[in-house]
Design a protein around this ligand. Structure first.
Ligand code: GLU
Length: 495
């Protein structure tokens, strides 16, 4: 008998798979860092894949912002849409043919089926379920269509989706590297749509096909994907493929322990970059989340300060704790301050010149003040708000004469929502903000004076919308958010 040749384990390959739906999220950096460390510690490869199959949420500038932000942080990838690699393309919108081919395997082996309901029919089912106090889900009506029924629907020219045929009984289990065995009863797993009626795959199909074709060995992602994992496991099995290892990381949390959200914390990496957070400080902070680094023995101990190299040497995935790590901005600022103070004077000056005092920034501000200036020394008087982290206007300044504080804060919250949802250009913002004023019966003057005072701290300023563009979307939104926060805190103190 010959000895079996020892098979060497597959080389480690991990990926992050952000969707380009807006500003790059701090959670992407957190999961990116963990994947990066995991790969580097094991001599593996780190892949960046862009999951852009949801055309309704697609934002054109988002992909480039993801690349730029991750590079700024120093989390470079070995394969990706912009650097290529052996398993490309790495952008899912360029792989739609692949998914359409692969789903044929599932149709052929009976683990997926075509479902021809119209949106109206599905809605009627949903309403009936809600009325009967049942959780809304697909009722399985087209799971077992006969060839004749299929032919009839086809003859009608009905559009169809392709669904996963989840077994009617039993359960699906998987072993999470951090959490152990997790099981889901099939009663609670819907017949997931795999291919939409427009021919595009859903996240679930594309994600599994790609992780397989890209030879991903370890899926390290946020815990919010746990409930999707049984569908993924069923897909791997339906294809007859090996299942990767899953590591579901604890979600970042707001101070109140809710899932991190833009209403309570800046979540855009652009915000951190433009506000002058240093990449090593932000990485260090994210490395503290989840407890993979040796714990400090006392509060604000310098054991909490470590470089990416130290993380590569000391980070232990088996030490990750599942209690939600709190994203405490005060702590991040403290840490960033430590990094800033550790810079040489030259490096500190250079850091300022790269960000809050860059030529690019000053060049954008200059024309906004040039028309209003009498001596160059007045530059600071006119442009101060561009160089402040916080402006706190007095009620006497921001409150319109005829409005209550409550009304005003409610309108400011609307301003935040509209600015968030509108493309950040003067041409788009102006009509959107005016429309808000019309809808809420706020005069143009009241409307823009409120916005001006929140953004600049004053009732007179360089052109407002142009100034906001230069100041940037992320920081403008943060200013509005902080204004609302501060005012709410003040109001509560008075109560
Ligand atoms: N596209 C998903 C996201 O936006 C990827 C989730 C996963 O890693 O599987 O986070």
């Amino acid at each position: 008998m010959t000895n079996p040749t020892p098979t060497s384990p597959a080389p480690i390959r991990v990926r992050i798979a952000p969707s380009p739906t807006g500003d790059p999220h701090v959670g992407t950096a957190y999961i990116g860092l963990l994947n990066y460390i995991y790969a580097k510690q094991r001599g593996g490869q780190f892949v960046l894949r862009i999951e852009d199959t949801d055309q309704t949420r697609f934002v054109a500038t988002s992909e480039q912002m993801i690349f730029d932000s991750l590079r700024w942080l120093g989390l470079t990838w070995d394969e990706g849409p912009d650097v290529g690699g052996p398993y490309g393309p790495y952008r899912q919108s360029e792989r739609t043919e692949i998914y359409r081919e692969y789903v044929k395997i599932l149709l052929a082996n009976g683990t997926a089926y075509r479902s021809y309901e119209t949106p109206e029919e599905l809605e009627a089912v949903r309403k009936a379920q809600l009325a009967a106090k049942l959780p809304p889900r697909y009722n399985g009506a087209h799971r077992e269509l006969t060839p004749e029924q299929i032919a009839a629907y086809e003859a009608e020219g009905r559009a169809y989706v392709i669904r996963l045929k989840v077994p009617a009984e039993g359960e699906t289990s998987f072993s999470d590297e951090l959490r152990g065995e997790i099981s889901f009863s099939h009663n609670n797993v819907d017949d997931q749509v795999l291919i939409k009626s427009d021919g595009y795959p859903t996240y679930h199909l594309a994600n599994v096909v790609d992780d397989h074709l890209m030879h991903i060995t370890d899926v390290i992602r946020a815990e919010e994907w746990i409930s999707s994992t049984p569908k993924h496991i069923l897909l791997y099995k339906a294809f007859g493929w090996d299942v990767p290892r899953f590591w579901h990381m604890p979600l970042l949390r707001n101070l109140d322990k809710s899932k991190i959200s833009k209403r309570k914390n800046p979540v855009s990496l652009i915000y951190y970059r433009e506000s002058g957070f240093l990449p090593p400080a932000l990485l260090n902070f994210l490395g503290l989340m989840g407890g993979g680094m040796p714990a400090p023995t006392e509060k604000n101990d310098t054991a909490e300060i470590f470089t990416l190299e130290k993380m590569l040497a000391g980070f232990r995935f088996d030490k990750i704790s599942l209690g939600g790590p709190v994203f405490d901005l005060t702590k991040l600022k403290w840490l960033n301050g430590e990094y800033l103070r550790a810079l040489s004077p030259e490096a500190f000056f250079e850091a300022m010149r790269q960000t809050v005092f860059s030529d690019r920034y000053l060049q954008a501000i200059a024309p906004l003040v040039q028309t209003r200036i009498e001596t160059l020394a007045q530059f600071g008087d006119l442009a101060d708000f561009f160089f402040k982290d916080d402006v706190v206007p007095d009620q006497a300044v921001f409150l319109p004469k005829k409005r209550t504080l409550e009304e005003t804060l409610a309108f400011a919250a609307e301003l935040l929502t509209v600015i968030e949802a509108t493309p950040f250009t003067v041409e788009d913002l102006e009509p959107a903000l005016k429309q808000l004023g019309i809808d809420k019966e706020w005069s143009v003057k009241e409307n823009f004076t409120l916005l001006r005072t929140v953004v600049t701290g004053k009732t007179a300023s360089p052109p407002l919308l142009e100034s906001m563009i230069v100041f940037g979307k992320a920081r403008t939104l943060d200013r509005l958010r902080r204004f609302l926060d501060t005012q709410k805190k003040l109001a509560n103190q008075k109560r």
